[in-house]
Write a protein that binds this ligand. Sequence first.
Ligand code: ATP
Ligand code: MG
Length: 359
Amino acid sequence: MYISSLSLKNFRNYTDQRAEFSPLTNVIYGNNAQGKTNILEALYLFSQGRSHRAKTDRELIRFGTDAARLDIEFHDAERDYKAVMLLEKNGRKSILVNHVRLTKLSMLMNYLNIVMFSPEDLNLIKGSPSSRRRFIDAAISQLYPSYLSALNDYKKALIQKNSLLKDRKNADRAMISVWNEQLADNGARIMTARGEFVELLNSFAGKIQKEISSETLEITYSPSVKLENISGEAMLEYLDSRMKREIEFASAIFGVQRDDLRVMINGSDARLFGSQGQQRTATLAMKMAMSEYIRHIKGEYPVLLLDDIMSELDISRRSYLAEKIRDKQVFITSTDTDLNGSTDNARLFRIDNGTIFKE
Ligand SMILES: Nc1ncnc2c1ncn2[C@@H]1O[C@H](COP(=O)(O)OP(=O)(O)OP(=O)(O)O)[C@@H](O)[C@H]1O
Ligand SMILES: [Mg+2]
């Protein structure tokens, strides 16, 4: 799978720019704050429907203008795609794929698969459980739109339940149980999908870790709700039987909103005992495993976006990565072009204050 072109109109600091990409390595370089990450952000938008860093779509529209338009062309083994995204200041967002308008954002999933790796991801292991849940959810949603729907329905029901729980004295048990039903059904689906995903991820990540270092890596799913057999009924029983505690807490403390991943290096918990370097290697292995996972399910590698990551890795990890990405499409941003051999035969783009120069 690869992206062949991108056009940006009034997107971030771009007024009107177009670029044609190599199906292999593309290096986007330039000084700080020129618009390198903005390009990766634009590409990423077409895989997840939303930015990896902006809180609202409005931030993406160039200051002083009313709408942004992005056009992208990408290709998989079966067909060619042209997609358009229009972001308006009033919050409206329209997406067309091959001239067909998508009525739901989740319909965008499964067209363009992207794995993004940026310096913030280096906190994946020592960061909060929510960042690890985001990592899992982004991977599964890309391939299974129904997962994203279950997740969104779950989040909506959770907000309703939490607002009932807030009123500790008059908590309406019958109503809470109604929301529990919704949470149980979707929660069971989410748990099953997360469990299956993590099992596959673990098998890929373990192999990759061995290629980079001599250590063992083991990733396991650590659900908040422990059930012998995962089902909507079992989940409902679990939640209903703990309603009293949730009312005491005035918050929904049981459910997939508390799930986590356990990452073990050489048998001990990497979050607590891993060195900075070990955590970095494991994160790299997890990201590369994500790419293998997508290939496993979809039959094709996703496009890889590496935002400023090369400078964060030492020589051995860098050359490992360079070797891995040689035959896949990758976009690398950097403030310089000297990336230790990983840019031989790469197409270079210099970014200067919202203008793209192909070198
Ligand atoms: N909505 C917007 N309208 C106009 N300019 C914007 C908008 N959003 C961001 N910018 C500008 O985009 C630039 C930042 O772009 P970007 O994050 O891509 O930089 P970068 O080249 O990746 O820099 P670094 O090397 O520091 O990561 C800043 O100059 C910022 O002011
Ligand atoms: Mg940047």
